[in-house]
Ligand binder design. Sequence first.
Ligand SMILES: [Zn+2]
Length: 286
Amino acid sequence: MIIDVHTHLNNYHEERVRNIDACLDSLQEEMAENNVDFALVLSSYKVTEHRPPTRAVVEATQGLPNIAVVAGVSIKHYRERDLREISDFLADGLVKGLKLYPGYEPFYPYDPRCQVVYDLAMEYDVPVMIHTGDTYSPQGKVRFAHPLNIDDVAVDNPGLKIVICHIGNPWITDCMEVVYKNNNVYADVSGLVLGDFEDKFEKYMLQQVRNMITYAGEPGYLLYGTDWPICRMKSYLRFMGGLELPEKSRDMIMWRNAAELFKIELPGMTEAARPTDMSHRNGSPE
Ligand SMILES: [Zn+2]
């Protein structure tokens, strides 16, 4: 079973416009080719001809059994009615999480302006995914995207579930401490490469992820995601195989943690296979 918690229907080859249905067809093809059972599609913080609004992503994917939506919010530009629309989607189960893009937008995740988003997430008991680490665009400002910034949010909002996107790459050491220390923080491994992993880089990254698991313990906090179409699924699955994890840990990362966190019901998921104890924190000193 595989759940990819981080994909987009954005178009990153901006010399031509592809409509949302074409992007969705490509996603379905890529998923089928790689036996991916379920994917979360994250909408952007901005709306352009290459980046559809949340409403369009919800409409295009509604009724599909293998895709759900996480709504991107622009802290700089959201309007009250955008949040109202998202609340309606949350109430109807059409949106399964929220996403913020610090770094792409110049704000810290502990900025008081974000609290309205955190409160909304807690009200509907859905996680907030937060971009961290390198930005795809050189216009980004990465100090806002440092994973250590997430610690304040986690401590001040113990009822909020947070996903550190991209394991804070390249500040993976900081990310591992934040997930280790805070029970309510998870991390996804998406977006570590553009396109396919090249040998040397793959070895380097495998070691980083292994270090994280060694430090933070049994990976009840780690989620599989790719950042497709920025990264290719086949290469990403090979990368995950390279971790050579025991089956229990592999299952947690590849789907169990995500199914629990985002409340995803998969057709093949039996009662017995359903996640039970999700406390991912091992014994640790106060
Ligand atoms: Zn992404």
